[in-house]
Design a protein around this ligand. Structure first.
Ligand code: NZQ
Ligand code: ZN
Length: 388
């Protein structure tokens, strides 16, 4: 742990089948006005809408609703939420859904009282937050992003074709509480389930494939990856396997609540490319990540060869005897590719709505941060063409 850090994550987690029992006690900590924000129909289909509404009413809350938040939430929806917060003097934003709903809630929470244009200030220029922030609480229905325990907010500016992620300070923007009942994820369609699973895997890899030091965080990341692979195989066989779904949920929360990133350099390039892919195609986040990861890692593995060799051996049990380091590393990436295929995830960009004409635009607008290697626009274009 050679790099210094200070760390506190303020989110209180209620986890398990009885987690919802804690909603009423959490609501007592806030004033009477709640903005209840959710996506399209899923929470009504599983009965969660009625349950949450009933609890809020029993607690004497005045509820304003904002529904229809898109997967890949739009800036226009954030602005609408910010307007509602001001108009109804909202004391708590309660987000019920997946990462998109929660990200939108966090975006609203920092934007409602922003002096100036929130997009320009917070998602483009990364300015520090200098206004009041409305507290957020969450009830999670889809795993993958860890938005329930971090301070990230990824918003799509539809007119400007930009999908920008902002990581705010945990103390300001992380949810005050999050209710995590794995049973709520039973109804997630398989396509979304595997998208979320790959998102988790990608978060773990993006934190892992960087650095040369011997760091506790890397061993913890490996543990989370192994737990996730095991639970995924069980959940694919039986989506109602509580143990598997609960393990996936906790792998996800741990995957990006900052604990596994402590004292680590990181490489978020796959996420940067996917965000612009999403801005152009509106594809499911984790599916886009899975498609990009294989050509990206094949392109850059030589720059961090030792770490890719370790990945192959520790995660995929690749036997080193009689093989060069290059062969071991490439076999590890091939096993990752096989795992993606095993989950039934598409492997080409044209399958998620990308066209040849989009590729240069995506490559050009992608933020280049890298890890072992910082790619150029030309590199990103080659990577995109490799998986088109
Ligand atoms: O709109 P509804 O009806 O709720 O349907 C949603 C949506 O269509 C559905 N769903 C959610 N829970 C369900 C369900 N369907 C049936 N049963 C349930 N219980 O699933 C679909 C996808 O939901 P979404 O929230 O978009 O998925 P996810 O959690 O993967 O969030 C993706 C967004 O989060 C961002 C992504 O870029 C993307 O915009 N990310 C946020 C991060 C963060 N805050 O730290 C980090 C990530 O890397 C990521 O970038
Ligand atoms: Zn992600």
């Amino acid at each position: 742990m050679i790099y210094d850090f200070s760390f506190q994550n303020p989110t209180r987690i209620h986890f398990g089948k009885s987690a919802m029992q804690h909603l009423a006690e959490e609501l007592q900590n806030f004033g009477p006005n709640i903005l209840f924000i959710y996506g399209k129909n899923s929470i009504k289909k599983i009965g969660l809408y009625d349950e949450v509404m009933r609890t809020m009413q029993e607690c004497g809350k005045k509820v304003t609703e904002l529904s229809g938040i898109n997967a890949n939430p739009r800036y226009s929806q954030l602005l609408e939420g910010a307007r509602l917060v001001r108009e109804h003097h909202i004391d708590l934003i309660l987000a019920v859904g997946g990462g998109s709903v929660i990200d939108c809630a966090k975006g609203i929470s920092v934007s409602a009282y922003c002096k100036g244009d929130p997009w320009t200030r917070y998602w483009e220029n990364n300015e520090p937050v200098d206004n009041d922030v409305v507290p957020v609480g969450t009830i999670l229905t889809m795993t993958g992003t860890a938005s329930e325990m971090n301070a990230g907010s990824v918003i799509t500016h539809e007119e400007r074709k930009l999908k920008n992620g902002r990581v705010f300070p945990l103390s300001l923007v992380a949810p005050k509480f999050s209710i995590l009942n794995p049973e709520y994820t039973y109804s997630v369609p398989k396509y979304q389930m595997v998208s979320g699973i790959f998102d988790i895997f990608s978060h773990l890899m993006e934190q892992y494939f960087s650095g040369d030091d011997d760091c506790v965080s890397d061993y913890l990341l490996e543990g989370d990856m192994l737990a996730l692979i095991s639970a995924t195989r069980k959940a694919l066989r039986n989506p109602y396997d509580y143990e598997a779904r609960s393990n996936i949920m906790w792998c996800s929360t741990m995957g990006l609540n900052k604990i596994l990133a402590l004292s680590k350099t990181q490489d978020w390039e796959v996420h940067m490319i996917e965000h612009q892919l999403g801005a152009y195609t509106d594809c499911a986040h984790g599916i886009g990540l899975a498609i990009i990861s294989i050509p990206y890692y094949r392109y850059i593995y030589k720059y961090g060869l030792h770490r890719f060799v370790r990945f192959a051996q520790h995660i995929w049990n690749v036997k080193p005897e009689g093989k060069s380091d290059d062969e071991i590393a490439l076999e590890g990436i091939q096993r990752l590719s096989d795992f993606i295929a095993e989950m039934g995830i598409p492997q080409h960009l044209h399958e998620v709505g990308a066209t040849q004409e989009m590729l240069p635009l995506i490559a050009e607008s992608t933020i280049k941060c890298g890890g072992y290697y910082v790619p150029t626009t030309e590199d990103v274009l080659k990577i995109l063409n490799d998986c088109f």
